[in-house]
Design a protein around this ligand. Structure first.
Ligand code: NI
Ligand code: MN
Length: 231
């Protein structure tokens, strides 16, 4: 299994059976992203919400790869009107796509579709838990503030092994909140995201790593954009 960080909240995940999953593929306009849209492959594209820095190149990538877009109901209605393959979900539910179990979970964030002219209402922002063929579970929180269900629902029910959580502050949790979230979620590994893409979310990920590793058994894997965490 490989988890490649593409900068910001964009990840490319290859499952043990080689299913390619893109999450929040903000690529062409992402100043931190080192790859071209044309170089990415996807069977599944998961979108946490309709902000441009997450929705990104979803439509172009879905069309080019014949990928299924997994997103909330409101985005799914819009995307199916664009003749794209999409499965709409809502928070608390799960689906199976290409052998990957995908559960949509809560996030505390706004979610207008700001990539369309005039801005459309985008339903709820969300996170995803991906359960791979080898039963390893990856939690991508999307943009979110800290919330109690990270412990009562995400930890106690889903028990993710690897968590991808934001530390950039301003729009999401900052380092202090994210380190508390780490102690609630208790994954084996955290990969921080949504920082250092723009000046307003500049953070030192090593400060986060130190805070988490001093107080929990979780390891923090700091990636540079383009780098891969593999197991
Ligand atoms: Ni956002
Ligand atoms: Mn964002």
């Amino acid at each position: 299994m490989k988890i490649r960080w593409l900068g910001h909240s964009a990840f490319s995940i290859s499952s043990p059976d080689d299913v390619n999953i893109l999450i929040d593929p903000f690529i062409s306009a992402n100043p931190a992203c080192p790859v071209d849209v044309g170089d990415l492959e996807a069977d599944i594209i998961c979108v946490t919400h309709g902000h441009k820095d997450h929705f990104g190149d979803t439509m172009e990538l879905a069309e080019k790869n014949n990928a299924t877009i997994i997103c909330n109901h409101e985005h799914s209605v819009y995307l199916s009107q664009q003749d794209l393959d999409t499965k709409g979900m809502n928070i608390g539910g799960a689906i199976d796509s290409n052998g990957i179990k995908i559960t949509m979970v809560n996030a505390t964030h706004s979610s207008d579709m700001d990539f369309i002219e005039g801005i459309g209402p985008g339903g709820s922002s969300c996170g995803f838990i991906l359960k791979l063929e080898n039963q390893r579970k990856i939690y991508h929180s999307g943009d979110t503030g800290i919330f109690g269900d990270m412990e009562t629902v995400i930890r106690n029910i889903y028990r993710p092994d690897i968590a991808l959580i934001p530390i950039g502050d301003c729009y999401t949790m900052g380092i202090k909140e994210a380190s508390i979230a780490a102690s609630w979620i208790k994954p084996e590994v955290i990969i921080p995201m949504h920082y250092n893409t723009f000046p307003v979310i500049e953070q030192d990920p090593y400060r986060f790593k130190e805070l988490v590793e001093l107080s929990t058994d979780t390891k923090v894997a700091i990636l540079k954009p383009g780098e891969t965490y593999q197991e």
